[in-house]
Design a binder for this molecule. Structure first.
Ligand SMILES: NC(=O)c1ccc[n+]([C@@H]2O[C@H](COP(=O)([O-])OP(=O)(O)OC[C@H]3O[C@@H](n4cnc5c(N)ncnc54)[C@H](OP(=O)(O)O)[C@@H]3O)[C@@H](O)[C@H]2O)c1
Length: 234
């Protein structure tokens, strides 16, 4: 964690230079690369020490992002509870404002969520969510009619966010990797085989020269889990 925190201490310089926050992708997977048994079903994979590490990582970032699929599946709190430190700003990508007004993030989170959506999203839903305290960010759509992540990162940078932790799920993990928007990966690997829903799907044309790769790679065992981390090679 000290080495990762040292990297993150340079996030403000990174944001100054690039206009976008430093992005850490962090999630827990099984030995066979699954993050859930089935899409939409939460699955606890991390052991106690890895969970505490994840919460410390959350506290070291200014914002934390998940997709609407994860919000609907897990109703996550996205708070720092198992470590000391500040609460990161929750950000949800949600092209159609499917965000349920009764979600925990709108009830008992210390910071109201920012919901990134497309220009054409329903204004009535926007009003309802704003009435509950959410901030709606209207952004251009990408070719798949989802939120354009590069535009979102630019918007977060302009709002003063210098570091962003992306926690999932699979759709979001794949998009960030495919678009080359991940700077650091911190992966918890749990010693179990699930045969279920994989974290990463197609990243583009198969071309081994351009597969995202960690360099250098670091490894640490926490309880029975292995933490693999490193910067994404340029
Ligand atoms: N093990 C772990 O660490 C971990 C962490 C998180 C989640 N999970 C699991 O992952 C599963 C959810 O994964 P998921 O793939 O269904 O959902 P997800 O990645 O959380 O959300 C995907 C949704 O986000 C929206 N979105 C908006 N812009 C996007 C963009 N540019 N790229 C990608 N998505 C965008 C899309 O819905 P719209 O088109 O409606 O906007 C898309 O369907 C759950 O089972 C959850 O428990 C596991």
């Amino acid at each position: 964690m000290e080495e990762i925190e040292a990297l993150l201490s340079q996030a403000a310089d990174f944001q100054q230079a690039t206009g976008r926050p430093f992005v850490t992708l962090s999630y827990a997977q099984s030995l066979d690369g699954c993050i859930a048994a089935r899409r939409g079903q939460p699955l606890a994979l991390s052991g106690p020490q890895s969970l505490a590490m994840t919460h410390r990582l959350r506290a070291a970032h200014q914002a934390i992002l998940v997709g609407i699929g994860t919000l609907l599946a897990d109703d996550p709190q996205l708070t720092v509870r198992l470590a000391e430190g500040p609460q990161p700003q929750p950000v949800i990508v949600d092209s159609h404002l499917r965000f349920p007004p009764e979600a925990r993030l709108l009830r008992n989170h210390p910071r109201s969520p920012w919901i990134a959506t497309r220009q054409g999203a329903d204004p009535v839903r926007q009003q309802t969510l704003e009435g509950r305290g959410a901030r709606i960010l209207r952004l251009p759509a990408n070719a798949a009619s989802q939120v354009c992540l590069a535009a979102l990162l630019e918007e977060l940078g302009a709002s003063g966010i210098t570091s962003l932790m992306v926690e999932g799920g699979a759709g979001v993990i794949t998009s960030f990797l495919r678009e080359g928007l991940v700077d650091l990966l911190v992966l918890t690997i749990s010693p179990v085989l699930v045969g279920g829903f994989h974290a990463v799907s197609r990243l583009g044309e198969p071309d081994t020269a351009h597969f995202p790769r960690l360099s250098p790679v670091h490894c640490k065992q926490l309880d029975e889990d292995v933490i693999l981390w490193g910067k994404l090679a340029e």
